[in-house]
Design a protein around this ligand. Structure first.
Ligand code: NAG
Ligand code: NAG
Ligand code: NAG
Ligand code: NAG
Ligand code: NAG
Ligand code: NAG
Ligand code: NAG
Ligand code: NAG
Ligand code: NAG
Ligand code: NAG
Length: 342
């Protein structure tokens, strides 16, 4: 524990030892220089703290950082409506059962919200869209329902939006196409429907990670995806109902390291374009209906660590894969390959 601090049984730091101790080592509490005695940061990471988060935290009106992640706090979120200076709110990896209150919009200075891995319920309040300085909204692994609020498209400072592993429904709103600073969009493991969100083609300069796996998305993957999202490093579309071919334009997204198409309804042949993805580490294509011979350029992907092609209708010879010296996982089962194993 930080020397001189007193922790109540509720895990709330109550008494600053003196008004000058700014920046003591973690776990830290920092006090304001301009306003002696006012707490500006409370960081109690990974201390196995339990019980409710004391509602007195809601009175720390000078708070800029509240980071209580990786504890065992249960119950409700602390009242947020007076925390108008708070910039970082991290209550992730606790056991909080609550809905996200509308009052969060009063925290107008917020830059990062991380509430991952809790038991939060209810809908994402559309008013979150009023937090104009937000750059990270991470709600991974909760029990949230409802739609992705179109109002989120107003937060043009957004860089990372993670709503994966919830129970979110509806289609991906076109308004997300306004978030032209976004590099990380993770919406996997929900119940999203509709087609591939073409609005994201507006994010061509920024988007690097796109996770849409394990939803109910359907229809074709747009042919221009690789031309319009040339900076992609990870594309994960597994476990949907996509059909048609994998677009050859992906050969233009030469930074791709992960390409995950397994468990869809994709068909057609994999073209020689795949050989242009020289940084590819993971190529997961199993459980689709791909046909034809494998492209010989597969053998040039020397960074490949996982290559899974099982449960398709590939045929013909297995191309030489001897240059793939990084390979850790290879599956070819349940296809119609012929000839020798190279
Ligand atoms: C938290 O609790 C676990 C199990 O009870 C224990 O192994 C771990 O050392 C504790 N961590 C801290 C920081 O007290
Ligand atoms: C917050 O501050 C107000 C006014 O000082 C006080 O009446 C209230 O009891 C405080 N709330 C908590 C939970 O400490
Ligand atoms: C909260 O603290 C942990 C541990 O120091 C850190 O890893 C994490 O990034 C912090 N959260 C935010 C949102 O900065
Ligand atoms: C938000 O803050 C204002 C003061 O700026 C206050 O009047 C209002 O009651 C707060 N809203 C809520 C929902 O608490
Ligand atoms: C948003 O960020 C800008 C630039 O850092 C800052 O000047 C402004 O005060 C912030 N707005 C709010 C509501 O905190
Ligand atoms: C935010 O977005 C909604 C819907 O996308 C729009 O109707 C509204 O005018 C926007 N509000 C602000 C304050 O920009
Ligand atoms: C998602 O919602 C459906 C329908 O309301 C429900 O049956 C299912 O258990 C929920 N799943 C999760 C992970 O919350
Ligand atoms: C594309 O982004 C620009 C801002 O760069 C925005 O004005 C426009 O509305 C966006 N278009 C779509 C379809 O989202
Ligand atoms: C993108 O890929 C397509 C299909 O492979 C190709 O015809 C086109 O020339 C490529 N565009 C660029 C800019 O490399
Ligand atoms: C997959 O595609 C085939 C042929 O287009 C179609 O008959 C079948 O119903 C599709 N399966 C699913 C699960 O969408």
């Amino acid at each position: 524990m930080c020397s001189g601090c007193k922790l109540s049984s509720m895990g709330l730091l109550l008494i600053p030892p003196d008004g000058s101790a700014l920046g003591t080592p973690a776990p830290t509490t920092a006090w304001s220089r301009k306003h002696p005695g006012r707490v500006v940061a409370l960081q109690l990471f990974g201390l196995n703290l339990t019980g409710q988060i004391s509602s007195s935290i809601g009175n720390l009106t000078f708070l800029r950082t509240l980071n209580l992640s990786k504890n065992s706090f249960s119950g409700r979120l602390p009242p947020l409506n007076h925390l108008q200076k708070i910039q970082v709110l991290d209550l992730s990896r606790n056991r909080l059962h609550d809905s996200i209150p509308d009052a969060i919009t009063n925290c107008s200075s917020l830059r990062k919200i991380r509430l991952t891995t809790n038991f939060l319920v209810g809908e994402i309040p559309p008013k979150v869209g009023l937090l104009s300085n937000l750059s990270v909204l991470d709600l991974f692994a909760n029990n949230l329902i409802g739609i992705i609020p179109p109002m989120l498209g107003n937060i043009t400072s957004m860089r990372s939006l993670v709503l994966a592993a919830n129970n979110i429904t509806g289609s991906i709103p076109d308004e997300l196409g306004k978030l032209t600073n976004m590099w990380n969009l993770a919406l996997g493991q929900n119940m999203l429907s509709g087609g591939f969100p073409r609005c994201l083609f507006n994010l061509s300069n920024s988007l690097q990670i796109l996770g849409l796996g394990s939803n109910m998305l359907s229809k074709e993957v747009p042919p221009n995806i690789g031309d319009d999202l040339p900076n992609l490093q990870m594309l994960s579309l597994y476990g949907n109902m996509f059909e048609g071919q994998i677009p050859a334009s992906l050969g233009n997204a030469t930074g791709l390291e992960w390409l995950v198409f397994k468990n869809n309804n994709l068909t057609g042949m994999i073209g020689e374009w795949i050989g242009k993805l020289t940084r590819l580490q993971r190529l997961y294509l199993q459980a689709n209906s791909f046909i034809g011979p494998l492209p010989s350029s597969l053998g040039q992907l020397t960074q490949l660590r996982y290559l899974t092609l099982g449960n398709n209708k590939f045929e013909g010879p297995i191309p030489p894969l001897g240059q793939l010296t990084q390979l850790e996982g290879l599956s070819l089962a349940n296809n119609k390959f012929g000839g020798p194993i190279p």
